[in-house]
Design a protein around this ligand. Structure first.
Ligand SMILES: Nc1ncnc2c1ncn2[C@@H]1O[C@H](COP(=O)(O)OP(=O)(O)OP(=O)(O)O)[C@@H](O)[C@H]1O
Length: 236
């Protein structure tokens, strides 16, 4: 387990001078402008900011779901700007997991099958994938619920399945865009506490949220202001 003081010196995530504009006939929206952000293994980063300030765009860029117009994004050894779409998709299976407000689980699959999916997509055999998925579900506190389909779980439990699916395998980076937007305050608090524990165990999380609990538990808090993340708080 990593302690906050024993983190490696080299950042695992580097966002450097990144910009992304959306151009239409009517207007150009500079959603992210000259953004800098770094985070280390084991770090919990919370990003808050006004609606439209660019939080989701930034998360999509770090996830490789969108590409920057300028600047660099490094995740581990990978420079996202140098990767094509299929290699970025592979990076999401191997290194980066993403969770959105809507859990995006497959309703016909059990929790266990949902969590095993990324491993099977990587070519891991079904039995081994289910075994790893089971361990991951236990890690997020859902050890006994692997056989349930999402419709028979609470909102908080579904988001935990989403987090288990995002981190299964060797993935170290968790990106979450308003993961508690559909949850009550108690489930929200428990979800942020889970993310804190996962970071203490070595994951790196970047979480966009307005929830104060996210800011309280994070190591570093950024406010997104007109497309730029500004550091508001950092635990040394
Ligand atoms: N695909 C797109 N095409 C055009 N404009 C976009 C697109 N995606 C985002 N934008 C614009 O970019 C700006 C930033 O949007 P973004 O969704 O990143 O903000 P946000 O901080 O996540 O907002 P919210 O908290 O409301 O989700 C907004 O003005 C938005 O309208």
């Amino acid at each position: 387990m990593l302690t906050r003081s024993s983190r490696s010196a080299d950042p695992w995530l580097v966002v450097e001078g990144v910009s992304r504009s959306f151009v239409s006939a009517a207007e150009t929206v500079r959603a992210v402008r000259d953004a800098d952000l770094t985070a280390h293994q084991g770090e919990f980063v919370c990003v808050f900011g006004a609606s439209g300030s660019g939080k989701s765009t930034l998360i999509n860029l770090i996830a490789g779901l969108d590409t920057a117009d300028a600047g660099r994004i490094l995740v581990g050894q990978a420079d996202l700007g140098l990767l094509g779409e299929s290699r970025r998709a592979r990076l999401r299976l191997e290194t980066i997991g993403v969770v959105f407000q809507d859990h995006n689980l497959i309703e016909e699959f059990t929790a266990l099958e949902n969590v095993a999916l990324p491993l099977e997509a990587l070519g891991v055999g079904r039995r081994a994938a289910l075994r790893q998925a089971s361990a991951q579900l236990a890690r997020v506190g859902l050890g006994g619920l692997g056989d349930r389909v999402p419709s028979r779980m609470s909102g908080g439990q579904r988001q935990r399945v989403g987090i288990a699916r995002a981190l299964v395998g060797e993935r170290r980076v968790l990106l979450a865009d308003e993961p508690t937007g559909a949850l009550d305050s108690r489930s929200s608090r428990e979800l942020f506490e889970l993310i804190r524990v996962l970071c203490d165990q070595g994951s790196l999380a970047v979480v966009c949220s307005h929830d104060e609990r996210c800011q309280e538990l994070a190591d570093t808090v950024y406010e997104m202001v007109d497309g730029r993340p500004i550091v508001r708080e950092r635990v040394s």
